[in-house]
Design a protein around this ligand. Sequence first.
Ligand code: AR6
Length: 182
Amino acid sequence: MTDAPCSTETDRLVLIRGDLTTVAADALVNAANASLRGGGGLDGAMHRAAGPEMRAECLKMRGCPTGEARITGAGRLPARQVIHAVGPMWRGGQHGEHALLASCYRHAFLLVQAHGLRTVAFPSLSTGLYGFPIEEAAPIALRAMREALARQPALERVTAVLFTDADLAVYQRTLAQLDSAR
Ligand code: AR6
């Protein structure tokens, strides 16, 4: 009998369909905008669910540049912290959008590491109101997640929470393609 395999990056990367505001994790990542003052989409839902304390903390931050992230408490959300990541608005794909999206994920993982967080759940950043095509965003997101899992052994679980079945299918297909290219 062989021992159970040790946790690989693949075991620790989970894709689910769901509502991020109800997912329990050390950190939930919000799809914020540069003002950090809240907005529509997931950002609106996160702020409504978290309550006024998180909003007050966000307002003190004085914004966050696109491609970066900031961390606050999570108020009433089922998490210890919220990481507010500011993804790029899609402007046709020739304005650095891909690099900025990758940078967003990297910054979020730097905060996860700096704060000793072991589980983190992400939405699909930029692919809603900001219009980034999900087929192009998914490989950027999944590569960043796998790189972080490889570099951070203390990271127990990274969950990508997709809002629709169609988005989940894109992520599943993309992950299978990345795996087969290994
Ligand atoms: N759980 C998981 N995913 C969700 C949820 C949810 N509850 N709600 C939406 N999504 P978006 P963006 C998905 O528009 O594109 C805000 O106004 C959604 O289907 O929330 O980064 C901010 O203030 C999509 O796949 O964020 C910014 O101004 C993904 O989350 C701007 O929108 C991201 O959609 C940011 O735009």
